[in-house]
Design a protein around this ligand. Structure first.
Ligand code: ZN
Ligand code: ZN
Length: 347
């Protein structure tokens, strides 16, 4: 067998040529003369495999990464070493050099390649949404039958700010585009509906309340043909606050704490704590505030009853003894609450 290119007949042929002729035409790697990278000028996310991906790398790294991804080394090469270099930047173009070293059929070969990386600079869909003030959800903070208290607004503002800060790291649409005081409360415009729902949960953990969602069809997504919804999520805080007095079914109680699931109260008669689920909120009636508490004096105590004076008329009132009254002694000042003409001792 002899090489059809040079006539040499002393070696084994590779793909029909002698080793020397084969290596003359052998490329260690394949590399296009131009590589196009589409990236967002605002957040540096890139289109990869047809999708926008949030990588946020500096431009130089984007160029090096584009080179790495577009170099295809021949499987015949062993001990490959590749050096990348940006030779020259002009506008959105970067002229690059790739030096490749490798061993093919026992021969060490070094080759130099040139390519241009073109940065196709545009604005990604997320950034254009952010720039246009786009929002998917409105959180409507309200209170039942009363205005919001300034402390509630301050706490809600803080919960929203702290949690958006965390959510934003994983979801670029977790931003607030508008905060609008309304006659009925406060509206927060949130970029992502998912983020808005997480915020609602965080708000409920600390403020309690009832949630109602109303999605509205806003149009159609031109690319998918699916309906575009915007969701209004209202969080209605309870009429009562911690320490207020309530009536629940036929029990009188003081509100001690609340969370996203329930309200914890203490019975005014037997002092027992019990909880009420938010779904039963409609059965709770606000009957008094901490400011309604009056002071009076314990005038007598027997094994079966205690006697106090009515805080305003000073008429003596007998009450059945209760283990919780053990710590009270004659002459003590006690807190009482008058509800519908009846006096309750508040411990
Ligand atoms: Zn040859
Ligand atoms: Zn972007």
């Amino acid at each position: 067998m002899f090489c059809p290119q040079c006539g040499s007949s002393d070696t084994q042929l590779v793909e029909g040529l002698c080793k020397t002729c084969f290596l003359k035409e052998f490329y260690l790697l394949k590399l296009e003369s131009e590589i196009i990278v589409t990236l967002c000028t605002s957040c540096h996310s890139q289109i990869q495999e047809g999708k926008w991906k949030e990588l946020g790398l500096p431009e130089e790294e984007i160029i090096y990464q584009a080179l790495e991804e577009n170099i295809h080394v021949s499987p015949m090469v062993e001990n490959v070493e590749i050096e990348l270099e940006i030779i020259h930047r002009r506008g959105s173009l970067a002229d690059c050099r790739v030096i490749a070293k490798g061993v093919v059929f026992g021969e060490e070969i070094t080759q130099e390649y040139k390519t241009t990386v073109r940065l196709n600079k545009t604005v990604c869909p997320d950034c254009s949404k952010i720039a246009s003030g786009y929002y998917e959800s409105v959180i409507q903070l309200r209170a039942d039958n009363r205005p919001l208290y300034p402390e509630e607004i301050a706490l809600a503002d803080e919960i929203i700010a702290v949690n958006l800060n965390k959510l934003e790291k994983k979801n670029r649409m977790a931003y607030i585009t508008q905060r609008t005081p309304m006659k009925e409360g406060m509206d927060y415009y949130i970029g992502s509906q998912k983020a808005a729902k997480k915020l609602i949960n965080k708000l409920r953990e600390q403020l309690g309340g009832l949630v109602k969602e109303s999605p509205r069809l806003m149009g159609q997504d031109k690319s998918t043909g699916k309906g575009l919804y915007r969701t209004w999520i209202s969080l209605r805080l309870p009429q009562f606050s911690i320490d207020d007095f309530i009536q629940y079914n036929d029990r009188l109680a003081q509100v001690k704490s609340l969370d996203s699931r329930k309200i914890i109260v203490r019975d005014l008669i037997n002092q027992e704590k019990f909880s009420i689920l938010w779904k039963d909120y409609a059965n709770i009636k606000l009957i008094g505030h901490l400011e309604d508490i009056q002071k009076t004096t314990l005038t007598s105590k027997t094994p079966h009853s205690i006697q106090i004076l009515h805080p305003t008329t000073f008429e003596p009132i007998d009450q059945e003894i209760n283990p919780d009254y053990d710590k009270l002694s004659i002459g003590d000042e006690v807190d009482v609450l008058e509800i519908e003409g009846k006096i309750y001792i508040i411990l």
